[in-house]
Design a protein around this ligand. Structure first.
Ligand SMILES: [Zn+2]
Length: 143
């Protein structure tokens, strides 16, 4: 193993750039045939493991025979956090982990009144143009 080569071309005095924000490309992770646009994930042909986002190899068995699948729009809210300080987005905003109906856990933006979020409550994917997020089922009915 050539350590110098693995470290690349960085030299003393080179500085890493700060991460200003983690942004997705418009429409990234969305797909699906027909009318409904859904999140796209991977399913392993060897062991059946499902993952989000799509992967080049299986996180469970290392297999490389993966197929792209549409993930369920329904899930439950596993956990969430409300962000009050940001240099690049309007605050407050909420992000959380959603456990989809097929067991895949997704980190996602959340819509709705964060003071009303409840753990384990039913949430549903909301696609607005090229943006996607999850919202409590009840709020969705009002929209
Ligand atoms: Zn696998």
């Amino acid at each position: 193993m050539d350590i110098d080569k693995d470290l690349g071309a960085r030299k003393p005095g080179d500085h890493l750039q700060p991460v200003t924000d983690i942004r997705m490309e418009p429409g990234e992770h969305l797909g699906g045939a027909g009318g409904e646009r859904l999140l796209q994930g991977s399913e392993c042909a060897s062991c059946g493991e499902k993952a989000f986002p799509t992967r080049a190899f299986c996180p469970a068995c290392g297999g490389r025979d993966l197929v792209t699948i549409s993930l369920p729009a329904e899930g439950t809210l596993y956990s969430y956090s409300v962000v009050h300080v940001s240099s690049s987005r309007a605050t407050p905003y909420a992000i959380g982990y959603v456990d989809l109906a097929n067991g895949v856990r997704v980190l996602a933006g959340l819509r709705g009144d964060s003071t009303q979020f409840r753990l384990d409550e039913a949430v549903r994917l909301v696609v607005d143009g090229d943006e996607w997020s999850f919202a409590p089922e009840l709020e969705n009915g009002d929209a």
